[in-house]
Design a protein around this ligand. Structure first.
Ligand code: HEM
Length: 435
């Protein structure tokens, strides 16, 4: 992954990320952000209450990254559904197998692999084509998988981080006496609020490094090969750097000098985007309301709040935040135009691939019940795959999907893995001898 690379491999890949964050791309993305957030916030305020993290923040940031990457409109709802229930990075509540076929990144990676292959074969005037065909600064063409992984990394890096920052910011807004009125009176203070929340409760608590050579941190020797966990949250409250570090102060000098977005070569590429996302939603929530409070029935009264933070060693953020919203006097909360998501979904609904029956077989293998890795590990089954789908066993994209069954992969490439073709594979697998 980008964040784990050093030197030239890092610079090469980072140059591709920078292509996404050009001023014109960010401007187009901000237009999307404005329109979509308006829709979400108007609806929430009209309802008088909302659960902010899952109902607004998560779908919002998912679609913003989807828009930035140019994910086709008709697939965006699917991306939102896939990500909605995923636990945050660094989850401490049980294991999430990154190779499991139902892991959100596995599913999204399948779509992304298809987009990249398609845009390389048939380039069009769209962002995905630009990304898929972009060259590294040294003129070489990136491996398809590098682009797929980069796309997935963007979702991983910009998903929970931005969504949780919005929740963390809102908690300060409602619980600091007088703060929301001050921000309503002077919305130009919102950027300072975001910086102070990033310092006090940035959504990334820590990152890690491996020492490449003998060095020192302060007076402590660090031999080459040492793994180091860097506590961003602690650095941002370091009394040697910050005066009165636990206090929330909007007029703090050099308020942007926290390390919530990291520093140096790996500094967060999405920081400008995260700042815009959170600012725009907060501006709208404050503008359309005269009062925002936490739902006391769920979170308890001010001063004795019950808050549920995600059990993650990486992410600092609330699992949910239930708000009561009082509409501002005279504000028109009717929808501002046609729905951004509905408009997307209406473009062309993707065809549903009906589930096919599983054939019984002597080997026990089937396209619905056997993972690709197992099929590839059996010479007979591998030959069957090669016969029906020439080249599949050496296809790099398939390497990403080894923990999936062919029927699960089918939905990413329904034209290639048709029901008829998979039924024929099942018939051949059925006559293979048992292991
Ligand atoms: C509040 C929101 C965010 C926070 C707190 C945050 C935090 C961070 C941190 C601390 C790093 C540095 C990691 C390290 O040095 O080990 C980082 C890197 C990165 N972030 Fe963010 N991030 C946020 C939002 C985003 C968004 C919205 C995107 C993209 C859509 C994004 C994309 C990236 C990328 C691509 C890197 C890797 C840069 C590299 O290795 O060269 N981030 N982020």
């Amino acid at each position: 992954m980008l964040v784990n690379l050093d030197d030239n491999p890092h610079l090469q890949l980072r140059s591709l990320v920078n292509r996404l964050f050009t001023p014109s791309r960010l401007k187009a993305n901000e237009e999307f952000i404005q329109a979509f957030s308006d829709e979400l916030v108007r609806e929430a305020v009209a309802n008088g209450s909302v659960e902010l993290v899952r109902t607004i923040a998560t779908p919002f940031v998912t679609l913003v990254i989807a828009d930035l990457l140019g994910i086709p409109a008709e697939d965006r709802q699917k991306f939102m559904d896939i990500i909605q229930d995923a636990p945050p990075p660094g989850n401490l509540d049980g294991e999430l197998d990154l190779n499991a076929e139902d892991h959100p990144f596995m599913i999204m990676g399948g779509y992304f692999a298809q987009y990249v292959a398609d845009r390389r074969a048939n380039p069009r005037e769209d962002i995905l084509s630009e990304l898929a065909n972009a060259l590294y600064p040294d003129g070489t063409l990136p491996d398809e998988m590098a682009i797929v992984k980069l796309g997935m990394f963007m979702f991983g890096a910009g998903q929970d981080t931005s969504a949780k920052l919005l929740g963390n910011a809102m908690r300060y807004i409602v619980d600091q006496p007088g703060l929301q009125d001050k921000l309503r009176a002077d919305p130009k203070l919102i950027p300072a609020l975001i910086e102070e929340v990033l310092r006090l409760e940035g959504s990334t608590k820590q990152t890690a490094r491996l020492a490449r050579r003998d060095t020192k941190i302060g007076d402590i020797p660090v031999p080459a090969g040492t793994k180091i966990m860097l506590s961003i949250a602690a650095a941002n409250r370091d009394p040697a750097r910050w005066e009165d570090p636990q206090a929330f102060k909007l007029d703090r000098p050099k308020i942007r000098e926290h390390v919530a977005f990291g520093r140096s070569a790996h500094t967060c590429a999405g920081a400008p985007l995260a700042r815009v996302e959170v600012r725009v939603i907060l501006e709208k929530l404050l503008k359309y309301t005269s009062d925002i409070d936490l739902d006391a029935e769920i979170h308890g009264p001010r001063g004795a709040r019950k808050l549920n933070f995600e059990p993650s060693f990486i992410i600092r953020g609330l699992a949910e935040l239930h708000l009561k919203l009082t509409p501002a006097a005279g504000i028109d909360l009717s929808p501002s135009g046609s729905s951004v998501i509905q408009k997307s979904a209406a473009v062309s609904p993707s065809p549903e691939v009906p589930a096919a029956p599983v054939s019984a077989s002597a080997s026990g293998y089937s396209t619905a019940g056997t993972k690709l890795a197992v099929l590839l590990g059996n010479p007979g089954a591998k030959a069957v795959l090669d016969q029906h789908f020439p080249g599949i066993t050496s296809d790099k994209r398939i390497g990403m999907a080894k923990s999936m069954t062919l029927r699960a992969i089918q939905k990413f490439a329904p034209g290639q893995f048709t029901n008829e073709a998979l039924d024929a594979v099942d018939r051949d697998l059925a006559v293979l001898p048992a292991d």
